[in-house]
Write a protein that binds this ligand. Structure first.
Ligand SMILES: NC(=O)c1ccc[n+]([C@@H]2O[C@H](COP(=O)([O-])OP(=O)(O)OC[C@H]3O[C@@H](n4cnc5c(N)ncnc54)[C@H](O)[C@@H]3O)[C@@H](O)[C@H]2O)c1
Length: 328
């Protein structure tokens, strides 16, 4: 089997991608790119087998490279995905896929033009043992018919918004930047489709900081099945980084909170819930990369298919559009 060659753009979480590609027996990272020369040199010193460049176009133009991993700031993803697809590369991109509807349309067009190229996104919660277990229980019917699903992205790392690039890039969205994980989680857990959204946002908690957008957004969703959903992207919370999830079904209720996971099977207060002992989050940032490489090699499907990313992104963008409308 031939060896695939990968190029990585953006070397924060991107270093985890290097580790993921290099761990696969039929792939290795050959090039790394960062616009910050000091960062490039620092990460390059730990991975001396990789060519180094500060120009992403060098990666797209390199005929040696089969796969491009995009781990730059959110607002650079859209243009880099289209450039990589048009250069004939398979693309694995960090979340969010992009930040505007025009970019989403351009990515769909470029992907449709190159249907043989794989495109996936790093929605890692799908590999968390806690949520894999929950999905298996839902699919087995243990929770009955689902009628309400709540998922909060409690960031717990406010400094990254008020001091880092997230506060500096134009129109940073907490729903695209964090809520995206929870929207994908609910779509993947249920196999459902979002039909309608209502949403609000506030920047109250960070109004005196350098960050001037909404630090918190919440949305109510109506799924095609008739179930309701609630999504929160809560960046200022005084809370450890956590994915708070509650799934209410007609037979049982599942809850993931900071103390662990509980499964309630009775309304009787004297019947304690079952404590679920799965690892949480229990997933490395490069956990989806082996499956992506296998899919490029024609051996199975990636964890996240393009149509799933497009549906998730459409919901994120609809939420942000609803917030903009509510603010008018
Ligand atoms: N899947 C996850 O759980 C997860 C976790 C962390 C970050 N992310 C995503 O990864 C991306 C990077 O976040 P991070 O936390 O690694 O940030 P970071 O600041 O640690 O690293 C980003 C790096 O990308 C470089 N960069 C920025 N724009 C670039 C461009 N146009 N071309 C080349 N290099 C560029 C920066 O110089 C920086 O070194 C973001 O989109 C973020 O949302 C995803």
């Amino acid at each position: 089997m031939r060896e695939l060659k990968a190029g990585i753009i953006g070397l924060g979480v991107g270093e985890q991608h290097i580790i993921g590609y290099d761990a696969h027996p039929h792939c290795r990272t050959v090039a790394i790119c960062d616009i910050d020369a000091a960062k490039l040199a620092e990460v390059g010193a730990r991975h001396p087998h990789c060519r180094q460049t500060t120009d992403p176009s060098d990666v797209f133009a390199d005929p040696d490279i089969d796969i491009v991993s995009i781990c730059s700031y959110d607002d650079a993803h859209g243009g880099q995905i289209v450039a990589a697809l048009n250069a004939g590369k398979h693309v694995f991109v960090e979340k969010p896929l992009c930040v505007t509807r025009a970019e989403l349309d351009a990515i769909r067009t470029a992907h449709a033009r190159h249907p043989n190229l794989k495109l996936s996104s790093n929605l890692v919660l799908r590999r968390s043992p806690r949520f894999l277990d929950l999905r298996a229980r839902i699919q087995a019917g243990d929770l009955g018919d689902l009628y309400l699903l709540e998922a909060d992205y409690n960031y717990g790392r406010l400094h990254k918004l008020t001091e880092g690039w997230r506060g500096r890039v134009p129109n940073y969205s907490v729903m695209l930047g964090g809520g995206v994980h929870m929207i994908d989680l609910l779509l993947w857990l249920t196999g459902d489709r979002v039909e309608e959204v209502a949403a609000f946002g506030t920047g109250l908690a960070t109004r005196d900081s350098a960050f001037q957008g909404d630090d918190t957004r919440i949305a109510i969703l109506r799924f095609a099945s008739g179930a309701l959903g609630k999504i929160g992207a809560n960046y200022p919370c005084v809370y450890p980084h956590h994915h708070k999830v509650a799934v209410y079904g007609t037979h049982a209720t599942f809850e993931n909170n900071v103390d662990g996971a509980l499964l309630f099977k009775s309304r009787d207060p004297s019947v304690p819930p079952a404590r679920i002992q799965t690892a949480y989050p229990g997933v490395a940032k490069h956990a989806l990369i082996a499956g992506f490489i296998d899919s490029v090699l024609g051996q199975g499907a990636p964890d996240v298919e393009p149509e799933e990313i497009f549906a998730c992104m459409d919901t994120c963008l609809r939420i942000d559009e609803a917030v903009a409308q509510s603010a008018d």
